[in-house]
Ligand binder design. Structure first.
Ligand code: ZN
Ligand code: ZN
Length: 187
């Protein structure tokens, strides 16, 4: 299943941002602990507009990360309230824009607005699509018991369970070992 292209992309960014926390990241440490690490993440997603690349911006983005992570464990009505709040806080004004290599897509803040505001609003716009399609079930937390990762499941049958291949492989190994251990006891 897919939403509009810019919605899919915004959701993938929210997941990537959310999974930089130490309890979900591959490295086990905060993966946006410095402005340059944040820059690398934004570059990977082709993020445009204003970057201050300073500590104040980073702190604001970390706060946005916490709020966006929170949406993944909300029910639909709570998520609606949070999304409406995020849009209201910055006076979001949806406009179709075309820039760089990108076809018409939605912006709701000026490109000179603070980065953390733009991240929240872009995420909120994507979540508007998810909520009005009644697809909040596509936003989930990773089923690995030792992972705080989140995921957006855009697969056709909605069968994605883990935030990453890494978590899927690790949990398969855990299950395999458990079966092997059980086999040892009964043989
Ligand atoms: Zn754009
Ligand atoms: Zn995971």
């Amino acid at each position: 299943m897919h939403f509009a292209p810019d919605t899919d992309e915004a959701l993938e960014f929210v997941v990537a941002l959310s999974n930089t926390v130490p309890t979900a990241s591959r490295s086990g440490v905060d993966e946006i602990a410095t402005p340059s690490e944040l820059t690398a993440l934004l570059d990977a997603f082709g993020y445009s507009g204003r970057f201050d690349r300073d500590e104040a911006e980073l702190v604001a983005v970390l706060d946005a990360r916490d709020r966006l992570r929170g949406v993944f464990v909300m029910d639909r009505d709570a998520a609606v309230a949070e999304v409406n709040l995020m849009l209201r806080e910055v006076g979001a004004l949806p406009q179709l824009v075309r820039h760089d290599a990108l076809d018409w897509h939605l912006h709701a803040t000026d490109l000179t607005a603070p980065l953390a505001d733009r991240i929240r609003v872009e995420a909120a716009l994507a979540l508007v699509d998810v909520l009005r399609s009644d697809e909040m079930g596509r936003l989930r937390t990773c089923e690995a018991f030792d992972c705080d990762g989140v995921l957006v499941d855009l697969s056709r049958n909605g069968s994605k369970r883990f935030c990453s291949v890494r978590c899927g492989n690790r949990m398969n190994m855990v299950a395999f070992r458990a079966r092997a251990a059980a086999g040892d006891l009964t043989s």
